[in-house]
Ligand binder design. Sequence first.
Ligand SMILES: Cc1cc2nc3c(=O)[nH]c(=O)nc-3n(C[C@H](O)[C@H](O)[C@H](O)COP(=O)(O)O)c2cc1C
Length: 189
Amino acid sequence: MQSITELIRSRRAFFPKNYSDKEIPRLLIEEILENANWAPTHKRTEPWRYRVFHSLESRQRLSDYILADFKANTPADLYSEAKVNDVALRPLQAGCVFAIVMQRDPAQSLPEWEEIASVAMSVQNIWLSCTALHIGSYWATPGFISRLGPILELGEGEKCIGLFYMGNLKVVARAPAQRGKIEEKVRWM
Ligand SMILES: Cc1cc2nc3c(=O)[nH]c(=O)nc-3n(C[C@H](O)[C@H](O)[C@H](O)COP(=O)(O)O)c2cc1C
């Protein structure tokens, strides 16, 4: 119990600007993905899908796509070169990026929210695995994820629900996270 409690409570969101250049070996990524595959799943639909951007070439392609999308879809009053470059730089600052994809069961035997819940549990497996491996990571849900279809080659029933950035950290320590009291969120019946 001690180790699972420590792991859960030390998990943090770490952003790409805090990642070092040190590579994440493919074997570690495969181990993380294997853990992702052990999430709970109603009716065994196993709805989690991942597109992996690991090579520099693939991360450059993602960065270029985000840059072009941002330029094409950001209203003039919200547009700034600094913001665009900041967002598009993230795949290059990261050691690896997963596109988090939900595959809707073709028979639609479950409500969509159950499939999304299952994918989120898979992402938590990834996030905790990264924590255990001292890999910084976070789940990002910018507006443009709804326009990533072409680069992710999304198929029938697939929907992107975020990008998961990962990287070795420049500085590992971070202040503990803050949460409101659990007592205020629980009613014993
Ligand atoms: C579904 C989901 C979507 C998120 N989207 C974003 C996001 O778009 N941008 C961002 O900065 N953080 C995002 N986060 C990460 C949160 O910022 C982070 O988890 C929160 O600040 C709490 O910090 P902690 O994870 O270090 O405890 C997301 C987290 C979840 C679970």
